[in-house]
Design a protein around this ligand. Structure first.
Ligand code: BDR
Ligand code: CA
Length: 306
């Protein structure tokens, strides 16, 4: 299995990614760190603990940043006040986060690992950005950062130029982009192509287990908010990013230099890709631009099945 560190802000789609990470025989979940984003830090941390407790996973959870590095917190809107609405039967957490801050926990784990590690980040990059500032020595120990965020090609009218994780903490994103870390960007271009619609709900309904029903409850709630604001079913943003640890061939990628707009008005926080090398800067990421949605859903549902 591939050992990973998972930084997230659960959030329904982060929650499903967590479930997948725990259940996949191809992943060894070394630790979970939480950031503000879909809800305040206290809530995303509680949600991570609730999910891991429910799964019986013995994985350390370290809480991270309460707010973005250089601006006030904006919260996501797709997950309801607790960040994980729609799951009344999910018990409260019994375990607690570890005492260490996420940034120090991540650095310690990276340092201790004999091999460079994959880091998956499915929230605003506050923790990863701050870790790079505080512990720059661990950079060579990051094999790849798989980041859900950003948007590029805008092939579809349903994509906004500013994706939430980028918009919430664009300064942290800039630190990460400029750090030299190998980044795989999993943005709206691909995640808005993995939508949970009627066909997928029908499939999910065949997984008649407590976990299958829990994920169904989450997705019913999430899908409704998604549909009201975007007019399409729920996008499996974070589960897709996580799935790429297991099967990187689910997407096609192109290398590019990515910048983030810190001075814009309507494009503030937008990721801007230079595919033709016009800015004369070295490529700093691989951008996922095409996805095999059917294969993704098969992988996700298989992981939920007993
Ligand atoms: C991203 O923002 C959050 O709402 C989701 O959890 C996902 O990480 C999508 O823009
Ligand atoms: Ca997220």
């Amino acid at each position: 299995p591939t050992p990973i560190l998972f930084d997230c802000d659960p959030g329904h789609d982060d929650a499903i990614a967590l479930v997948m990470a725990h259940r996949s025989p191809d992943i060894e979940l070394l630790g979970v760190t939480t950031t503000c984003g879909n809800a305040e830090l206290e809530k995303t941390t509680t949600n991570a603990l609730r999910i891991l407790d429910y799964l019986g996973a013995n994985v350390p959870v370290a809480a991270g940043c309460h707010r973005p590095l250089a601006r006030p917190l904006v919260l996501g809107t797709a997950d309801g006040p607790s960040g994980l609405e729609g799951s009344p039967y999910l018990p409260q957490a019994t375990s607690r986060p570890i005492a260490q801050h996420a940034v120090d926990f991540l650095a310690e784990k990276l340092r201790a690992s004999p091999e460079p590690l994959t880091v998956v980040a499915t929230g605003p990059l506050c923790n990863i950005g701050l870790m790079i500032l505080k512990h720059p020595d661990v950079l060579p120990k990051i094999k790849q950062l798989i980041w859900m965020g950003g948007a590029f090609y805008r092939k579809s009218e349903i994509i906004t130029p500013t994706e939430f994780n980028a918009y919430c903490d664009p300064e942290a994103l800039k630190i990460v982009l400029d750090s030299g870390v190998d980044i795989l960007m999993v943005g709206l271009d691909v995640t808005m192509q993995v939508l949970i619609e009627k066909e997928q709900f029908d499939e999910l309904a065949t997984i008649d287990t407590p976990l299958g029903r829990l994920v169904n409850d989450w997705l019913r709630f999430y899908e409704k908010l998604h549909r009201n604001s975007m007019g399409v079913g729920g996008a499996m943003h974070d589960p897709l990013a996580l799935a790429l640890v297991i099967d990187p061939t689910l997407v096609r990628t192109r290398p590019a230099h990515i910048g983030v707009d810190l001075g814009g008005t309507y494009a503030f926080g937008a990721t801007v890709a230079d595919f033709w090398g016009e800015r004369g800067e070295k490529d700093n990421a691989k951008i996922a631009y095409e996805v095999d949605a059917d294969r993704f859903f098969k992988l996700m549902f298989d992981l939920l099945r007993d």
